[in-house]
Design a protein around this ligand. Structure first.
Ligand code: ZN
Length: 216
């Protein structure tokens, strides 16, 4: 899941390395890419430690850091494996106003990798908050998510892993779980709340804004 950016003022540059590449990508694929709509395949447990799966996990971590994201799933880097990472650093937490942290229930989440995760709803109350996605770059919309969920799966070493997440962390987990089933937040968003994340900047800059698909 993407960090919601209020303004953007970045001009697209021609990439000198333009051309075909193979997954795992070091960029995030965008809505329209068929890989975002596939139901991803489970990873055989005895394959978690193989270089192929480890490379996917390492690339997910790399891309998450590069984009400053709070969650990233394997399909978003072009790999239809049931793997996602999530994290929310102290630095990311401090980038939100205190009232937003409180209102959204944002908490620090250590970097956590889930392989073959399953989700169980712990609290069926639904919470509506704005949400973004690195694969739906530069848009946000309000999405209803369960307040509390339990994720069960395996970690990057193939060890069993279970976590309970509440509020914002639960939102991240539900968002990433959806990616593994080919679902995007745009499928379930409140359509009338969809925003271009940089609409104010578009006015301030008199339209001279480009939407970036990768950090500089
Ligand atoms: Zn996403």
């Amino acid at each position: 899941m993407g960090v919601i950016r209020k303004t953007l003022n970045w001009y697209a540059k021609l990439s000198p390395s333009r051309g075909k590449t193979s997954p795992p990508f070091e960029h995030v694929v965008q809505i329209g890419d068929p890989r975002l709509r596939k139901i991803s395949e489970p990873v055989p447990i005895d394959k978690i430690k193989t270089s192929e799966v480890q490379k996917v996990i390492k690339t997910l971590e790399y891309v998450t850091n590069k984009y400053g994201s709070v969650g990233m799933s394997a399909p978003q880097i072009g790999v239809n494996m049931r793997v996602f990472v999530m994290r929310l650093t102290a630095q990311q937490l401090s980038s939100f106003p205190a009232e937003t942290v409180k209102f959204r229930g944002i908490t620090i989440v250590p970097l956590t990798t889930f392989v073959n995760p399953t989700l169980k709803v712990v609290d069926y109350i639904k919470v509506v908050q704005p949400e973004g996605c690195e694969s739906v770059r530069s848009f946000t919309a309000e999405v209803a998510r369960y307040k509390k969920v339990q994720i069960t799966g395996f970690d990057e070493n193939g060890e069993p892993l279970q976590r309970i997440y509440t509020d914002w962390a639960a939102r991240i987990a539900q968002h990433e779980m959806d990616h593994l089933d080919g679902k995007l937040y745009t499928d379930i968003m409140d359509r009338k709340t969809m925003c271009c994340a940089c609409w104010e900047e578009v006015n301030l800059s008199k339209g001279k804004v480009a939407i970036p698909f990768a950090p500089e």
